[in-house]
Design a protein around this ligand. Structure first.
Ligand code: NAP
Ligand code: ZN
Length: 362
């Protein structure tokens, strides 16, 4: 029997079932591929749960351009270690392990050395829709296992509900990082725009950090949930009078909206020297008038997930405080329906795939 080899000569013998998009805008469907045999520093994770991020939809539909097909999405991966390479020391068989949005980076640039691998100057290797250093396509977490360098895997406390912890690997860290960087805390008024997977974690973290939290939502049906999750105030963002009441009052706004919306309206809400941080990545660019930032010396900024060290810090913080995502668990066979519901803003607040459904072939 001949064994397939990766471009670097590593045997690829880990036959792996998954769901993939075969081409742009095609519904996801069963797909089998080979993962590499573990290298000395690799671990093999049996994936138990994988969260569904709006980025999965943007990429499967090629809304950001450059998508690679077939594509196995999924970068909120949680499971158990089933094998370790000969030189792996961080994990042992049986440990819980998680993987987020990237599986490698150059490791030598200033950003990598500072633990900010997400800003790797050579470009991080995304968990899916990318090519690894050997030139092989990366495939994500809508699959039964992943083989990953243990330095890019995270530890998850047994105290946390694993299904509800999976979204922390992207939605969680993407809000935790800017809220820490721009110092959300006591005495600060913090806005979160959009309550989907990312936004609901923003409300939880901003509240846990001690800030005054205001949620902006287009969905009247999410007002009570917004308060239950930690918002002190909830504003319906389609009501201009309700929004205008907050003019000039925010230290920080984190914007987690996945579709086009008016940034100028939010910039008006900042205090002098306030910052509006984009984490959502709509398909189309948003025009910003120069006066929106000139008047009041305001900043329009962005933030991308978080590095490995900060992601571990966030997971440990969540274990200590008992913070997880609010999730709706689905079998993988419902993934296309879940995408349609997310596009309508109809998810409370993160879909998580129970990967047993893939293994059972149900
Ligand atoms: P999601 O669960 O679908 O939530 C997006 C929310 O945006 C919706 O729940 C809705 O909230 C709001 N929204 C949707 N359409 C809107 C519209 N036309 N106008 C105003 N608000 C609208 O998505 P997600 O997974 O949280 O991801 C959000 C965005 O962040 C995506 O673009 C994703 O690609 C991006 N992302 C960025 C990073 C990063 O590192 N920066 C990481 C992960 C994801 P309401 O119902 O409350 O209005
Ligand atoms: Zn994501």
């Amino acid at each position: 029997m001949s064994i397939a080899l990766s471009a670097s000569g590593t045997p690829k013998t880990q036959t792996t079932r998954s769901y993939a998009a075969r081409a742009v805008r095609e519904p996801l469907a069963p797909f089998t591929f080979e993962r590499r045999e573990p290298l000395p520093h690799d671990i093999v994770i049996d994936i138990l749960y994988c969260g569904v991020c709006h980025s999965d939809i943007h990429q499967a539909r090629d809304e950001w351009g450059g998508s690679l097909f077939p594509m196995v999405p999924g970068h909120e991966i949680a499971g158990r270690v089933v094998a370790v390479g000969g030189q792996a020391t961080k994990f042992k068989v049986g440990d819980l392990a998680a993987v987020g949005c990237f599986v490698d980076s150059c490791r030598v640039c200033p950003s990598c050395k500072e633990g900010l691998e997400q800003y790797c100057e050579g470009g991080m290797t995304a968990t899916y829709n990318a090519r690894d250093k050997a030139g092989e396509p990366t495939y994500g977490g809508y699959s039964e296992r992943i083989v990953v360098d243990e330095g890019y895997a995270l530890k998850v406390s047994e105290k946390l509900d694993l299904a509800a912890a999976a979204p922390l690997l992207c939605a969680g860290i993407t809000l935790y990082s800017p809220l820490r960087h721009w110092k959300a805390g006591p005495g600060k008024k913090v806005g979160i725009v959009g309550i989907g997977g990312l936004g609901h974690m923003g409300v939880k973290f901003a509240r846990a950090f001690g800030a005054h939290v205001v949620l902006f939502t287009t969905s009247p049906g999410k007002v009570e949930d917004g308060k239950r999750l930690g918002a002190h105030e909830v504003v319906i963002s389609t009501d201009p009078d309700a929004v205008a009441k907050h003019a000039g009052t925010f230290d920080l706004i984190v914007d987690a909206v996945s579709a086009e919306h008016d940034l100028n309206a939010y910039l008006k809400l900042l205090k002098r020297d306030g910052t509006h941080v984009l984490v959502g990545v709509p398909e189309k660019p948003s025009p910003v008038h120069a006066f929106s930032v000139i008047i009041g010396r305001k900043s329009l900024a962005g933030s991308c997930i978080g590095g490995i060290a900060e992601t571990q810090e966030m997971l440990d913080f969540c274990a200590e405080k008992g913070i997880v995502s609010d999730v709706e668990i689905i079998p993988i066979q419902k993934i296309n329906e879940a995408y349609e519901r997310m596009i309508k803003g109809d998810v409370k607040y993160r879909f998580v795939i129970d990967m047993a459904s893939l293994k059972q072939g149900a």
